[in-house]
Ligand binder design. Sequence first.
Ligand SMILES: Cc1ncc(COP(=O)(O)O)c(C=O)c1O
Length: 363
Amino acid sequence: MPVISAPYAFNEGDLYVDLESICGHPLYLKCEAFNFAGSIKLKAANEMVENAERDGILKADSVLVESSSGNLGVALSMIAASKGYRFLCVTDSRCNLSTRLLMEALGSEVHIVADQDENGGFLGTRIEYVRSLCASDDRYVWLSQYTNAGNWTAHYRTTAPEIARRFPELDVLFVGAGTTGTLMGCARYFREWHRPVRIVAVDAAGSVAFGGEPGRRMIPGLGMSMRPPLLDESFVDEVIRVEEPDTIRMCHRMARHGFLFGGSTGTVVSGATDWLSRHDAGDLTAVAIAPDLGERYLDTIYQTNWLQDLYGDQVLATEDGNPLPVTGDDDEVLDVRDTAPSKPLPREPKSASRAPARRRSST
Ligand SMILES: Cc1ncc(COP(=O)(O)O)c(C=O)c1O
C-alpha cells in the first residue's frame, strides 16, 4: 500500500493497455498518467528540480519559470507548491483551459503568449519571453526542458527500464516526440540493451522537429516548431508523422472502448497502428507510450464544435461512411452528409489569465 506525504512521490509505472482489440494489431500501451500531475511530465519535472536543488541553483527565494504547452507546467506547479517555491509558467493560446486552471489552482502564475514564431508555432515566442523574464530579475530560475539533460535521464532511469522489465522480448517501441526527452531517454537505454529494439519516433504533421515544412498544429504535447536541442537522430530508427484528423479519430476510437486518452496518445497509437499494418507485425512485441489522459482535452479533442470549426464535419467519419458519435454539447452525432468548410483560426482561451503581464493574441 503506497502511503505518501509529497504529491510527487507516487507514480504508477507498471500499467499497460492491450490495444489489440481496438487497433487490430498486438500493441501494449504504457500508461503514464497515473500520478498527481496526471502525465508523464512528472518524471522530467522531478528530475530537473532535484538536479537544480542538488547543484545549488534553486534557493528559497527562487522563482521557477518554464515554457510549457501544459503538462510540464502542471507537474512543476505541483512540485513547486509542495516544496514551497514560486512558479511562473509561460504557455500559449493552444494550452487547454483546464490545464491552465489546474496550474492556477496549484498556486502558479500563468502567462500566455499568442504571437506565432516564424514556423507558425509559439515556441520561439515563449522562449524569448522566458529569456526576457530571466534578464529582468535574477531570482528567476529557468530549468529549460528543451536543453536540460534531466529531461531525458529521467526516462533513461525510469520509463525505459520499466518497459524492459515487463517486455524482455521487446522488438519495437513507439514514442511521441515533443522536447524528445522521453524519446532520447528510452532510445539511449535500449541502444545499450541485450537485444536490438526498433525505436520509432512519432511526430505531429506540421512539426519541424525532424525537418520538413511547418504547418498548423492545434493539439498540444507533440511536435516542435524548432529542432529539439535534445534530439540525436542517430538513436532513432524511424520517424512517422501523423495528421491531426488521424489523431482525433484514434482518440475517439479508443474513447468508444472506454479509454479516454489525451491527444498525443492518439497520435502515437495512430502512427503505431499504421506502422504495424505496413509491417509483418504478427510476431512482434510492440509497446507505445501514452503520456496523459483525455480529461484535459474535453473542450478540444472531445468537443464537437471545436472539431467542426477546425477540421470540418468529416473528421469523425468512419471508413464506411458512418459517423462516429462524439461527446459534445448535446451528445449529438455528427452527420457526415453535411459538410462545412473548416475554419483555419484557433479558438481563443475562454477566459483571461490572471497573470499581470500578458501578451495579446494576434489570432
Ligand atoms: C501530452 C504530452 N505528450 C507528449 C509529450 C512529449 O514528451 P517529450 O517532451 O518528452 O518529448 C508531452 C510533453 O509535454 C506532453 O505533454
